[in-house]
Design a protein around this ligand. Structure first.
Ligand SMILES: CC(C)(COP(=O)(O)OP(=O)(O)OC[C@H]1O[C@@H](n2cnc3c(N)ncnc32)[C@H](O)[C@@H]1OP(=O)(O)O)[C@@H](O)C(=O)NCCC(=O)NCCS
Length: 221
């Protein structure tokens, strides 16, 4: 499996991949259309990756955008943070590489493809001298965990703690924590996502810069 930058020739394969990775009840209207991915390549080709086999078949994909410090700190919903499917919030001077989507085909999971796509993203953070990588992760197993619904914000906090401390497994949040992303906070009303009760967990990763001393020096903790 090779991780490489996405090209226009990959667009139709990447659209198919996302369909296989986000089955119902995930809303079909939120899936990529070819014109979305074409725009991502125009705006920020450095942030778009695919995982392909030796026959160039696509098994994984990851798209990202650059967002401003103000945008990152606001912790808003998906639509506002990235600017919708055409990524209109992309800021070429942004300081955060923000993960818009990561998908690994169901038949290729647990083989380290997401980890390698993340390493490609982290390399972009280092190469562009950015402050951090961030993404908001869906939590599709929140629905089965939340058997006796109470206050949503409090349940979300408890669920995140359970997954972080390995008392519960979430098929999306658990892998991202294993890869090394750190939880920042839960976000209510992040996007229409029945399984996650429309919630998400903001996660971040920061490059270590030994010459700057402890990470707190740049005021992001
Ligand atoms: C989440 C997803 C990208 C993970 O991809 P993947 O290629 O299977 O992940 P990897 O094989 O790189 O695994 C990374 C780590 O997570 C662990 N992991 C993978 N799937 C897991 C699961 N279901 N539960 C717990 N841990 C899991 C792996 O063991 C590995 O940890 P380790 O190296 O410490 O052993 C994939 O399941 C997917 O595409 N899901 C559907 C789309 C989606 O929800 N995307 C995220 C949107 S926010």
């Amino acid at each position: 499996m090779i991780i490489r930058p996405m090209t226009p020739d990959d667009i139709l394969g990447a659209v198919e991949l996302q369909r296989a990775c986000f089955p119902p009840p995930f809303p079909e209207v939120l899936l990529w259309r070819p014109e979305h991915l074409a725009r991502h390549l125009e705006l920020f080709p450095e942030g778009q990756f695919v995982a392909v086999d030796t026959d160039n078949a696509i098994w994984g994909g990851a798209s990202s955008v650059l967002i401003s410090e103000e945008n990152y700190n606001a912790h808003r919903n998906w639509d506002t943070t990235v600017g919708g499917p055409f990524l209109n919030a992309h800021d070429p001077n942004g300081t955060t590489l923000y993960g818009v989507d990561i998908s690994v085909h169901p038949e290729a999971r647990r083989q380290g493809i997401a980890r390698r796509l993340y390493h490609a993203r982290f390399a972009v953070v280092r190469e562009l001298g950015l402050r951090r990588f961030a993404t908001a992760c869906r939590i599709p197993d929140f629905r089965t965990w939340r058997t006796q619904p109470g206050d949503l914000a409090r349940d979300l906090e408890r669920y995140i703690n359970d997954v972080v401390w390995d008392r519960a497994n979430d098929r999306t949040l658990s892998p991202l924590l294993h890869i090394g992303l750190k939880p920042v906070c839960g976000i209510l009303d992040y996007m229409e996502d029945e399984e996650s009760f429309d919630c998400a967990v903001l996660l971040k990763w920061k490059p270590t810069r030994p010459w700057l001393g402890p990470e707190v020096i740049d005021g992001d903790e």
